[in-house]
Design a protein around this ligand. Structure first.
Ligand code: FPP
Length: 249
């Protein structure tokens, strides 16, 4: 059985459908989604998960109607403002990833403040991806590497050297990626970092994804065999070795 994942990533999908089912405007679904994020963060802490990364707004979400985009940005500002004290109290370190250059100034300032004020949190790192895209992340990492190594050519860039320039650094790669809302794709989320991540898809809409649903995802993860390219025999003998090491500790 796999140990508990250190890093869980979530694509929080289905807010719109949640409100449509209830004949309510889409922003109600987003509000319920924001409220559910609080519950899931709490459940992760209770289950001793150290890192949670959530997809709040993709580089493609700009294609939504401008009123919905404005509502979402307003919600992010209000969420950050209202959560800072609670995040600090719970020992949560907030990290926001994505291209912030196009954000309204108020959101940029609020992000900087919330990240600075929670920087000492050691219980859980909550990373919120806003205006994030995996392709953007890979490209910005390569550009940052090139700026840091102006006299080297891209031929000298190896996979491991790129890691410190990815926006998720120094987080470990996600062990488990959950997507709610019934779709089975990554939609440009953490595409580099999720190369060996276990994927879990559920039909539950994000506002309905509760602690029990999280436990179901963790149970499914615990039964996965993570080979990382090795054979079954190699995996078995290395987990035997790990178990023996654990006994002699
Ligand atoms: C997906 O629902 C959700 C989003 C586009 C992002 C918004 C996420 C939240 C508001 C959750 C809280 C996050 C923070 C940081 C406060 P959808 O609109 O794509 O749903 P649909 O597929 O049913 O239309």
């Amino acid at each position: 059985m796999n140990p508990l994942p250190k890093h869980v990533a979530i694509i929080m999908d289905g807010n719109g459908r949640w409100s449509k089912k209830r004949l309510m405007p889409r922003n109600v679904g987003h509000l319920m989604g924001a409220s559910n994020l609080r519950n899931v963060v709490k459940a992760c802490i209770e289950k001793d998960i150290r890192h949670l990364t959530v997809f709040a707004f993709s580089t493609e979400n700009w294609r939504r109607p401008p009123e919905e985009v404005a509502t979402l940005f307003d919600l992010f500002v209000r969420y950050l403002k209202s959560e800072i004290v609670d995040l600090q109290k719970q020992g949560i370190r907030l990290k926001v990833i994505g291209d912030h250059s196009a954000f309204p100034k108020e959101l940029q300032d609020q992000i900087d403040l919330a990240c600075a004020l929670t920087a000492q949190g050691e219980v859980l790192t909550l990373t919120v991806a806003i205006n994030y895209g995996g392709k953007w992340d890979i490209l910005q990492a390569m550009q940052a590497w090139q700026r840091a190594h102006p006299y080297e050519s891209l031929e000298q860039l190896g996979q491991d050297q790129l890691t410190p320039y990815l926006s998720t650094y120094p987080l470990p790669e996600p062990d488990l990626l959950i997507r709610t809302g019934g779709e089975s794709r990554l939609s440009n989320f953490l595409i580099w970092q999720a190369a060996y991540t276990e994927l879990y898809f559920t039909d539950l809409l994000w506002p309905d994804f509760d602690a029990k649903a999280l436990q179901d995802a963790l149970d499914s993860y615990s039964l996965r065999i993570r080979r990382f390219g090795k054979t079954d025999e190699q995996v078995k003998s290395s987990s035997k070795l790990d178990a023996e090491k654990e006994k002699t500790r």
